[in-house]
Write a protein that binds this ligand. Structure first.
Ligand SMILES: [Zn+2]
Length: 170
């Protein structure tokens, strides 16, 4: 049995609802300011990015090294307390070559988002970042990559402190 959109017409906006202010409309650009507490684990992670380092945490119950770090192991439900410094190298687990931006704009130079398994982190810990400095046709699953960091003076304690990951020649 197929479902047709006509079967679920919804409720149309009525002019008198808009005039009476029962429908929220925003004229011009909306302005919203907010603050977000990142917590202990992500707070240190971001601070170490500013220092040009990647860190994870070890769960003493299952022994896994969690990356990005979190305050507790989601498998054991135990707090994580040991910080582990990781290398800024890894392996491409999967990637895509994108010719359109997030807002559906066509872009001339494709972006290459990838999931990267960082060396020293446990299996199935992937970091989503960009691949760069390489011809898109030469990117492959299993390829070794290293982080290309912004200069220290430009880092802000954000994942964008790494410009992208680029293939390591082996
Ligand atoms: Zn665990």
């Amino acid at each position: 049995m197929s479902v047709r959109i006509q079967d679920y017409p919804g409720t149309a906006l009525r002019e008198d609802d808009i005039r009476a202010g029962r429908v929220l409309t925003v004229a011009g650009a909306a302005r919203a300011e907010y603050a977000w507490d990142v917590g202990v684990a992500i707070g240190r992670y971001l601070e170490e990015l500013r220092n040009g380092r990647l860190v994870g945490v070890r769960c003493h119950h299952c022994g896994r090294v969690l990356f990005p770090p979190r305050a507790f192991c989601e498998q054991c439900f135990r707090p994580t307390t040991e910080w582990v410094e990781l290398k800024d190298t890894g392996v491409i687990q999967t990637f895509a070559i994108c010719h359109i931006a997030w807002d559906a704009r066509r872009i001339d130079e494709p972006k290459i988002p990838a999931v990267i398994a960082i060396d020293g982190a446990s299996r199935a810990m992937g970091l989503l970042h960009l691949i760069g400095g390489v011809d898109p046709d030469r990117v492959a699953v299993g390829q070794r990559v290293r982080a290309v960091w912004r200069p220290a003076s430009e880092r802000q304690g954000a994942i964008t402190d790494i410009r992208y990951f680029t293939p390591v020649e082996v």
